[in-house]
Design a protein around this ligand. Structure first.
Ligand code: G6P
Length: 481
């Protein structure tokens, strides 16, 4: 890595959000989501790396105006100010829902999406200018640097590879990491032509396009062949005389970070609550995202209680859901549906002394970590999920030989599936059965599975994830000069 120039990491959501404290001094808090934690590992590894992200808060805007990257907690951060209207169109119309929904297969296709003028406007006046703005920040940060390495992250930035390439030419190494599923070609074709082709053309202006699983990497190559007629080889896509590597690097976690967190004051405090819940603990920890399949999860739990009334009072389902993207109408409606379904289960099965579901729609990370330590069963039943780090984070600190019930459509299934109980996320009965099997599994089997999960996660940590990418960047550079 030392041979290449400065590393520039770019993601829409930054590692920290700034605010003003009561006495007027600048404060910061950690950004949300697993992606941010992972990128921390990349940036901390390289000297001089700069992390570019969107300014979100008012104080972020003040930071964005500062000429040099802002240093905080060993990180150099450069925040980008976007035109608020463009950002709104990018975030709330084009990226979430459209791209996110297509890539997670969330549309009810006979009815939606209904593409039209609004879509085109969101693309032209939102997504494209926001991506140009990011590219501009990359160009400024790379000024005077020889052979910079630009690591772009996720579906908010699909047009950035092209815009950076246009400005910096062949000397710059560009990768784009897609942290969400890549769908089969026919699903990608739901997008209007200008998005469908525009995004692919841009991604193929990068040197490496990366995913969490083989399944997504293959689907991407197939999509590039089907939509653009690109030539596809083993891990390589050739297009317009360029060779683009299509790779998978399954993202992971820092086990030590979670082991430390597990013993922290805040977590120990929350553990009092978690341990006081009646019966065995069934847990889920997610953002309130449609892709997470929360409603079917509650329905499956309800069905399990119907089929096994002897389980009543013997289990509590704790759902820790962090509110997300609440300005997108589909998300707001989903939060209501989540609340309603939990209530239905409670009304139908609850008693005076037992509430079957404890639902929290708020951000409380210490409580989630406390629950990671204490669950008997973890439900990860996503419709589709890029990876799902909750499955990995909890495996390293769980103290109960907890069983993982895992969707076959979560990226984590490629690594963890054989030690979990696999479910089809659309099959409510199967999930009900899996929850019951997990709750009643003999201790010896629980122990064997939990150990295998823990060992698997520890055999591929976030350090390995970073290392694998760095090795490929070096090989790519050696090969392509
Ligand atoms: C997922 C996406 C990330 C995103 C995160 C939080 O993990 O892959 O790109 O940052 O969700 O979503 P938000 O819209 O709040 O940034």
């Amino acid at each position: 890595m030392e041979e290449g120039g400065r590393i520039i990491v770019v993601s829409n959501r930054g590692p920290v959000t700034f605010s003003r404290g009561e006495s007027g001094e600048r404060e910061h808090s950690r950004g949300a989501g697993g992606l941010v934690t992972a990128l921390n590992a990349v940036v901390r590894r390289a000297e001089n790396a700069v992390w570019i992200a969107s300014a979100q808060s008012e104080e972020d805007l003040a930071v964005a105006k500062e000429p040099a990257p802002y240093e905080v907690e060993d990180l150099r951060i450069r925040l980008v100010e976007h035109d608020p209207k463009s950002y709104d169109l990018m975030y709330n119309v084009l990226a979430n829902p459209l791209l996110w929904f297509v890539q997670h297969g969330l549309y009810d296709l006979p009815y939606s999406p209904a593409l039209g003028e609004e879509t085109r406007r969101a693309w032209e006046e939102g997504y494209v200018p926001v991506n140009r703005n990011f590219a501009e920040a990359v160009v400024e940060t790379a000024a005077g640097e020889e052979s910079p390495t630009v690591l772009l992250h996720d579906y908010q930035l699909y047009m950035a590879p092209l815009f950076v390439r246009e400005r910096l030419g062949g000397d710059v190494f560009i990768s784009l990491f897609v942290h969400i599923p890549w769908p089969e070609p026919d699903l990608w074709r739901v997008l209007p032509g200008y998005v469908r082709e525009g995004v692919l053309e841009s991604l193929l202006a990068a040197d490496v396009v990366a995913f969490h699983t083989r399944r997504y990497a293959r689907a991407f190559a197939e999509t590039a062949a089907a939509v653009l007629g690109a030539e596809v080889g083993d891990g390589v896509v050739r297009y317009r005389g360029r060779e683009v590597w299509v790779r998978e690097y399954p993202i992971s976690i820092d086990p030590e970070e979670f082991e430390e967190l597990a013993g922290s004051e805040a977590v120990l405090e929350q553990e009092k609550y978690v341990k006081g819940l009646p019966g065995k603990l069934l847990l889920r920890v997610d953002r309130t995202d449609l892709s997470k399949n929360v409603v079917r999860g509650f329905a499956a739990y309800g069905r399990m209680l119907e089929r096994h009334p002897e389980m009543k009072g013997e289990v509590t389902f704790l759902a820790q859901l962090q509110p997300s993207r609440t300005d997108v109408p589909e998300y707001a409606e989903y939060m209501e549906a989540v609340g309603r379904t939990a209530e239905e289960v409670n009304e139908r099965h609850g008693t005076d002394s037992w509430r079957p579901v404890e639902l929290f729609m708020e951000d409380n990370f210490p409580r989630s970590v406390a629950a990671y330590k204490n669950f008997d069963v973890l439900l990860v039943n996503a419709v589709r999920d890029g990876m799902n780090l909750v499955a990995k984070e909890s495996a390293v600190i769980n103290e109960k030989n907890g069983v993982l019930v895992l969707s076959e459509n979560a990226g984590a299934h490629e690594e963890l599936g054989e030690h979990a109980l696999t479910v089809n996320p659309f099959d409510v009965d199967e999930q009900a059965d899996a929850i019951h099997a997990a709750l009643t599994m003999p201790e010896a089997e629980r122990e064997r599975r939990a150990k295998a999960l823990r060992d698997t996660v520890k055999s591929n940590t976030i350090e390995d994830w970073v290392e694998a990418q760095i090795e490929d960047i070096e090989s790519y550079r050696e090969r392509h000069g």
